[in-house]
Design a protein around this ligand. Sequence first.
Ligand SMILES: [Zn+2]
Length: 246
Amino acid sequence: MPSDAIVKCCAFRREAKGWTVSLTAARTVPPPRGGRRAVGVDLGVTTFAALSDGAFTPSLKAARRAERCLRLAQRALARKKQGSTSRRSARATVTRCHAATARRRANHLHQASARLVRDYDVIAIEALNVKGLARGALAKDVHDASWGRFISMLRYKAEWAGARLIEVNPQYTTQDCSGCDARVPKALGDRSHVCPHCGLSIDRDLNAARNILDRAGVGPGLGNVTDGACVQARTLVCLNGLVKDP
Ligand SMILES: [Zn+2]
């Protein structure tokens, strides 16, 4: 608990493995850090988060992995007689399976969002319609990846740390070429971006992450960011042999 925090309320919650105590505290928000290190983040299913500088966070697939454990536990529960002691313990096992999955997922999201806020001062991300996506064909993966929760964690962690989170228009971030801005249509299964106009050939998610950073308006030449990020962004451009005037 930070020393300047004032505890406002406290809640006890009973969970499968015991009790959880949550404390809500008020504290003054630190002033914004001077923007130096900027990054674009593309959230995906295959890769949880691809960053515009080429780093990435692997997908957790917590629920998928826990599915087998859950299936076995649920099958065992179905065979138990109503009202019996063994049924009660089988039910507890199912609850424990669910709780373990939720804990693993929350841990992953906390670590990934904390790392981003620690390593970057300006974070650009797509303004996602998670509710719309969660109804589509990828519903299970979207739910598993918990993008909505991740973005809200990023939002408050950034605020606490004085970092900036910029949400950009998500349209065509995958299709557009981050090198020359031409629209390159792709199918869902195309894992790489190959531009017939400028010859840029990079990972699909990396291309999207660079477009997201670009749209946040903190990239090279826009004057918002001091030297560090500009130099970094220019280096990226040079690495791909592109002619993109900053
Ligand atoms: Zn191109």
